[in-house]
Write a protein that binds this ligand. Structure first.
Ligand code: 13P
Ligand code: ZN
Length: 273
């Protein structure tokens, strides 16, 4: 099978293009990674070669010898669909989880996303919790970013405000959403901060920058990003009309919803305002 015909590669390309169409990926903004299943690696093994080992910039022993499909650093999401072999790559990790090498893609040179430390540290946390988690997605979601200038940068506040803006939110992300204060992107420090939040949540906001989402597959991860960003859009619209709500979903409404939809909503998000 040709590399690009593999179903997981097609799913990856479609998700990147969906993100582009949402307007979340100006220039080279955002990045996407997928932890490839062993049987999927097997499907494309004849298309792979072994590049030079390079340091990851983080230690992820829990991901040793795994393969990832990732977007390239400086590559544009809008080009992924028309020129995937130039824009994305498959990487293999060494037996310590300290180095990677390119096995396919980036045919015109380059390296995986500068946020590789964040992606891989998040993958490691999620894999430890639930082997089914395979996708980490970073997008420059406009409305979430706008809110990081006006809401306190607290997990409780972002979670509660997003939950209130769309009834489906507490069902889609019942664990809530974490917030990382502004930090220099691309390094290990922001990767450590984000992966700490990923122990509790599937979503992390990067103040004045964007959002990270984790999930089991492309649909669930894209859907999570989309749901949180849509809720943020409603909040931005509401705040643009007036600063206070005439009515909203109350803590008791959330408790009723939790009962009927069989989700657990932590009480720390249902504080009295
Ligand atoms: P890359 O082009 O290196 O993936 O960086 C884009 C980005 O969004 C950095 O946070
Ligand atoms: Zn970014």
């Amino acid at each position: 099978m040709s590399f690009l015909d593999a179903k997981f590669v097609q799913g990856f390309i479609r998700m990147a293009n969906d993100g582009w169409e949402q307007g979340w990926h100006e220039r080279n903004g955002g990045n996407l990674s997928y932890r490839v299943k062993p049987k999927e690696v097997e499907e494309v093994k004849d298309c792979m070669q072994a590049g030079e080992w390079e340091p990851i910039g983080a230690n992820v022993p829990g991901l040793a010898k795994e393969y990832f499909l990732v977007t390239g650093s400086g590559k544009y999401f809008r080009n992924v669909i028309i020129n995937p072999e130039d824009s994305i790559c498959m990487i293999e990790l060494d037996d310590k989880g300290e180095n990677y090498r390119i096995a396919w893609g980036l045919v015109n040179g380059g390296r995986p996303t500068s946020e590789l430390p964040s992606h891989l540290m998040n993958h490691e946390v999620k894999k430890n919790q639930n082997e089914k988690y395979r996708v980490i997605y970073h997008a420059h979601t406009t409305n979430i970013i706008a809110l990081t200038f006006v809401l306190p940068l607290k997990d409780e506040v972002f979670t509660r405000e997003l939950w209130e803006m769309a009834t489906e939110c507490p069902v889609v992300f019942p664990d809530g959403i974490g917030v990382v204060p502004w930090m220099v992107p691309g390094g290990k420090e922001i990767a450590v901060a984000t992966s700490e939040l990923m122990k509790k949540y599937d979503l992390a906001v990067w103040a004045h920058h964007g959002m990270f989402a984790a999930g089991e597959d492309f649909d669930l991860t894209f859907g999570l990003m989309h749901t949180a960003e849509k809720s943020a859009e409603i909040l931005v619209k509401m705040l643009s009309m007036q600063s206070n709500k005439l009515q909203t979903i109350t803590p008791d409404n959330f408790r009723d919803l939790a009962r009927d939809f069989h989700v657990t909503l932590p009480e720390r998000f249902l504080y009295k305002k």
